[in-house]
Design a protein around this ligand. Structure first.
Ligand code: GLC
Length: 579
């Protein structure tokens, strides 16, 4: 879910490190190709051990010189993703859309926007991805359609239209007064008056995104049929957009007003009656049944910004019958390098018996990239490596965002007239919108960083694409370790054991090998000072007194480090084997 309050985009500090070699995807050594995933079973499904990679299709690769990325562009980059070790891609919406919210305003759930390509292009993408063992996860937008969707056009045409009840229509409180005080997530009232039949419709997001009425069984059926359309074409599951917003209080109670104003100048509000209503779980169970009817263990990923881990846990369902991978926004949005804060959340996940497979991420198309949110402006390269290790070594299904592996920066527009994302237009200058985290992928040193051969790209290539970093080679080595070290593999249930629980600076944990082979020690110094730590691992069955380096940044001088007296550099990352 969008996170505007917790992290101010104004606070972005761009990384330094100007040098000669650009931050590009094609740099560094060519890695040994690793198999994306092992054979799977119902008990050990692919999504427990794949790394998932989010692609914002407008910005990944343009193949037809229109300055916007497309399906054939994605297909042309599958080798890159395979070589990295990606097991699945989640592609944000490519359905026909007026693009008010760049595809999250869907005008037809069972077609593709010609801007991105044809169904034949999609079929080719699926076939090529399959050859490389890469699964394709579609984005599914159940909360709302575009106001240009034929369903809405019918619905708004009269009060008696059979589709009237497919959306949320209500009378105003009085002339010019909306039904209640509910606010749109994108600013101002969530009700829009429609003169055709003299009623208001509800829109949790933009005015052009009317909410569907999930209390109507016909809506449910139509939406489940749309899911089947893509499952029939080989989709490996769905990322469910904004699922916590599916229901609203039928009594239209006013939301509680909180102190202060938001970036749009509206009073702050608690979205008490429009978010996380218990009815969503019934829908999630129904969606799970839809995907479970297909072979190959399709997955549901939920986008829901739960207020804490306890609430997040509910997304798995009481009988593990809802979402397999709820995105963990708690861990994504710690927003400061804090060993105690990360440890607390990781421990909470690990100690919650009802918690299913964790699903961690740090960046996506809705919030400033981790590079800027966690970087201190001086050591960003080093900190990006630390964040990479934090994403790829705990017990989780990691979710990456395109360009994270090359340390792409957030580059917000500097002038209002350049803004593409409407929330930047509504909220300027306090809210600059999400263009900054959606800039084109930087592939090579060619024109427009190899993204497009067009004269003009939909968003500019950031000047920082010419800056050097060494993030990609570190990511590649991390991926290789995930393949070679059994203790890091979720499928064999290498457990997570938190170490040195009181350390204010250093986050350390063990991935314990259940087969009593080598376990893996991960040490992340989240502070700008060097530290020396003492690890006592005897009670965990570790007899050795030292740890052998598997991967570290900066590179250590010794190949083995004493556990009694373990020194770690500022923002240092260490991954070593112990037994
Ligand atoms: C989700 C999407 C975001 C979109 C919103 C409304 O939060 O991630 O990009 O604007 O839903 O559909």
């Amino acid at each position: 879910m969008l996170k505007f309050a917790k992290f101010s985009r104004l606070a972005l500090t761009l990384g330094l490190c100007l040098a000669a070699i650009p931050a590009l995807a094609q740099q560094t050594h060519s890695p040994k190709a690793v198999p994306s995933h092992a054979p799977q079973t119902k008990q050990d499904p692919w999504w427990k051990h794949a790394v998932i990679y989010e692609i914002y299709p407008r910005s990944f690769q343009d193949s037809n010189r229109d300055g916007v990325g497309d399906i054939n562009g994605i297909t042309s980059r599958l080798d890159y993703l395979h070589d990295l070790g990606i097991g699945a891609i989640w592609i944000t919406p490519m359905y026909p859309s007026p693009l008010v919210d760049f595809g999250y305003d869907v005008a037809d759930y069972t077609a593709l926007d010609p801007l991105y390509g044809t169904l034949a292009d999609f079929e080719r993408l699926m076939a090529e991805a399959k050859k490389r063992n890469i699964r394709v996860i579609m984005d599914f937008v159940p909360n709302h359609t575009s106001d240009q969707h034929p369903w809405f056009k019918e619905s708004r045409s009269s009060r008696t239209n059979p589709k009237r009840d497919w959306y949320i229509w209500r009378d105003g409180k009085g002339p010019g007064q909306p039904p209640n005080n509910w606010q749109s997530w994108f600013g101002h009232s969530a009700w829009q008056f429609d003169p055709t039949a003299g009623q208001y419709y509800y829109h949790h997001f933009y005015v052009e995104q009317p909410d569907l009425n999930w209390r109507n069984p016909e809506v449910r059926k139509a939406m489940y049929d749309a899911m089947r359309f893509w499952l029939n074409r080989g989709a490996a599951g769905f990322r469910l957009d904004a699922v916590s917003r599916l229901f609203e209080d039928p009594n239209l109670r006013d939301d509680p007003i909180l102190p202060g104003k938001n970036a749009y100048g509206d009073p702050n509000i608690q979205h008490k009656y429009t978010d996380n209503l218990p009815e969503i779980h019934e829908v999630l169970r129904e969606m799970r049944k839809v995907v479970d009817a297909y072979p190959g263990n399709p997955v549901l990923i939920s986008e829901a910004d739960e207020p804490n881990i306890k609430e997040l846990t509910k997304m798995y369902g009481t009988h593990n019958d809802e979402v397999q991978l709820p995105m963990d926004f708690q861990i994504a949005d710690v927003n400061k390098l804090s060993a105690p804060d990360f440890r607390k959340l990781l421990d909470e996940v690990e100690n919650s018996p009802a918690h299913g497979q964790p699903h961690y991420f740090f960046s996506n198309h809705d919030q400033p990239r981790a590079w800027d949110r966690y970087g201190d402006g001086v050591h960003n390269d080093q900190i990006a490596k630390l964040m990479a290790a934090l994403l790829l070594t705990p017990r989780t299904t990691p979710l990456m965002y395109y360009g994270e592996e090359i340390g792409m920066r957030t580059t917000p527009p500097t002038r209002k007239e350049d803004v593409q994302d409407p929330i930047g237009k509504i909220g300027w200058p306090e809210e600059k919108g999400r263009d900054g985290e959606r800039t084109p992928m930087q592939w090579d040193t060619a024109k427009d960083a190899g993204f497009s051969a067009a004269d003009h790209t939909w968003l500019p290539i950031p000047p920082s694409s010419a800056e050097y970093n060494s993030i990609l080679s570190f990511y590649k080595r991390l991926f290789e370790l995930r393949q070679s070290e059994p203790a890091l593999q979720n499928m064999r249930e290498g457990s997570y054991v938190s170490l040195d629980r009181d350390d204010p600076n250093v986050l350390a944990f063990l991935r314990k090998n259940p087969a009593n082979g080598d376990s893996v020690l991960v040490v992340l110094n989240m502070s700008g000072e060097a530290h020396t730590v003492k690890f006592d691992l005897a009670s965990l069955g570790i007899k050795g007194t030292s740890t052998k380096t598997l991967l570290a940044a900066p590179e250590p001088e010794q190949t083995s480090m004493p556990l009694e007296h373990f020194a770690i550099a500022p923002f240092g990352v260490f991954i070593g084997s112990v037994h």
